[in-house]
Design a binder for this molecule. Structure first.
Ligand code: NG6
Ligand code: CA
Length: 528
């Protein structure tokens, strides 16, 4: 834990920081010349309101997928403006190379392997035990109003879920006061919104059933009716068709509740803005996990065809627009300066993830991984090294570019420091307090970090060790030849100080480093 006063403490003590000018201790200088009454009045008037926290969590956005991270094919001005206002990280990581494990770690401060958290089907039970501490519960303890709006993909309920009754436990049982969800992913049934415990617009006379094992319901399926499809899909994504898109899994009933993919930008953004307007009088946490730029990529007509890179590029423009609208709402509510915003992605980029949306064909010169090796699913850097931007006008010490090694798993402990909550023993055990590095681009980050994928990589100083993979690669992953998954039967070792693109495996040259990092990994596994 930090020994210096927490940020809120600093604000309360009248210690203010003005960018390059450094910190100004109001108590020991100008404030001392005030009369006690004036000082009291000033203290009251400037009583700091705890900062709001907004986490924008894009799905599958790669390191190179923003113009502030080198993309030239199209522009993301609203996100770039956040980078101009704050800090842009060059070595920030989602904790895993796929969605469910990354989100698990973000919300629990624990590595996903501790609970075998892997990509979940759309009918999976809630993977986080409501009895354990979570990031939103921690924020509630500090008096925050909390909401999640967007893609969930952490499971819901216990065992069999009846979508026609109260669906729980879910986010409300994990510490969110409000939730408006895509329950799993855009490519999985059920294709309906869930607001708090209930499916939105459900007609009780047309109940929903879903299945991941066998065909159910009257709706056409992709394998039989390809002429109904907006995009052709692989076999896995060719089950029930909803809104011209075939999905993973089958769904019966629930016609009045079906979502329309093209409406996601306004539906999710409007819900987030409503929450901000309702919650602005008190500190709030908004966790906003986007569906974009995950498949199926079916952007709204405002963006379709606008990027020149097909639906994947158009989805990036959609993300930028949504971010801009929410940031504008923060500004209109007068709370932008007092809001810590984290903008990042849950894993690296993928082009073909099941639908023929021409992501690869229309990519042109654009490099979604920004030069790093691998991508989504991969043990190489592009699996987890993602764009990350932090802004917080009232609390920023120094903006610009930061090379600090940061994992999203660290948000838990860093935010606890920000809002002055002490964590219990055993809470968020893998999370490190990096608040300093979130507010000051000159501060360093971690020395050591795990990157989870279908295997585990350990970053330690200049080294990156990839543990040998002894399991069986799932067919669908093995068939993705465009992605280097990084799975090998022998250990791999890279010296990132001179080989950040992981081209030169030096495991044979440094067997003692391999042994030491393998042993360290075992130690981390045994922590509890
Ligand atoms: C995979 C899906 C892929 C995507 C991914 C989850 C197949 C063949 N592939 O299993 O399309 O849905 O799961 O992506 O089914 S994530 O970003 O939510 O982790
Ligand atoms: Ca993802």
């Amino acid at each position: 834990m930090m020994t210096s006063p927490s940020l809120l403490g600093k604000l309360a003590l009248g210690i203010f920081c003005f960018g390059l000018a450094g910190c100004f201790d109001g108590n020991s200088t100008a404030a001392n010349s005030n009369t006690p009454t004036d000082a009291q009045d000033t203290a009251k008037a400037t009583q700091p309101q705890k900062p709001n926290v907004v986490i924008f969590y894009v799905d599958d956005l790669g390191y190179g997928d923003l113009s502030s991270y080198g993309m030239t094919a199209t522009q993301t001005p609203n996100i770039d403006a956040l980078a101009t206002d704050g800090i842009r990280y060059t070595d920030a990581h989602s904790s895993a190379a796929t969605c469910t494990p990354s989100r698990y770690s973000l919300l629990t401060g624990q590595y996903a392997f501790r609970n075998n958290a892997a990509i979940l089907p759309g009918d999976a039970p809630l993977i986080i035990d409501p009895a354990i501490p979570t990031l939103p519960k921690m924020m509630q303890k500090a008096g925050y109003k909390t909401a999640v709006v967007g893609k969930w993909h952490l499971g819901l309920g216990r065992g069999y879920v009846d979508w026609n009754t109260a669906v729980k436990p879910g986010p409300l049982e994990l510490g969110f006061d409000y939730s408006f969800l895509m329950p799993a992913t855009g490519d999985r049934v059920p294709t309906v919104y869930l607001e708090n415990h209930h499916v939105v617009n459900l007609d009780p006379d047309d109940p929903i059933t879903i299945s991941y094992d066998e065909r159910i319901g009257e709706r056409p399926v992709g394998t039989e009716s390809p002429e109904l499809l907006k995009q052709q899909a692989d076999l896995q994504h060719s089950r029930t068709i909803v809104n011209g898109i075939s999905r993973i899994g089958w769904m019966a009933g629930g016609h009045s509740a079906e979502w329309v993919d093209e409406e996601f930008p306004s539906v999710f953004t409007d819900k987030a803005i409503e929450f901000i307007q309702d919650a602005k009088a008190q500190p709030f946490l908004l966790y906003f996990p986007f569906h974009d730029i995950h498949v199926p990529r079916v952007p709204n007509e405002l963006f379709a065809g606008k990027s020149g890179m097909g639906p994947r590029g158009d989805a990036i423009l959609q993300v930028d627009w949504m971010t801009g609208r929410i940031v504008d709402a923060l500004k209109e509510a007068g709370v932008y300066d007092n809001t810590l915003i984290v903008f990042s992605s849950d894993n690296g980029p993928v082009m073909d993830d099941g639908y023929a949306d021409q992501a690869e064909e229309l990519r042109g010169e654009h490099d979604p991984a920004g030069g790093f090796r691998g991508g989504k699913y991969s043990a190489y850097e592009a699996g987890t090294r993602v764009p990350m931007i932090v802004t917080y006008p009232n609390g920023l010490v120094q903006g610009g570019e930061s090379s600090a090694l940061v994992s999203h798993i660290d948000l838990y402990r860093s935010l606890a420091e920000l809002v002055s909550v002490d964590l219990a023993d055993g809470e968020a055990i893998d999370s490190v307090n990096l608040l300093d590095a979130l507010l000051d681009s000159r501060k360093s980050g971690r020395d050591e970090m795990l990157e989870e994928s279908f295997t585990v990589s350990l970053r330690s100083g200049k080294w990156k060790f990839i543990e040998p993979f002894t399991g069986t690669t799932p067919d669908w992953l093995a068939n993705k030849t465009a992605i280097e998954n990084g799975l090998q039967a022998q250990p791999q070792l890279f010296d990132l100080s001179k080989d950040v693109h992981e081209q030169n495996d030096v495991a044979d040259q440094f067997p003692e480093v391999v042994e030491q990092l393998q042993a360290r990994l075992q130690q981390i596994r045994q922590m509890n």
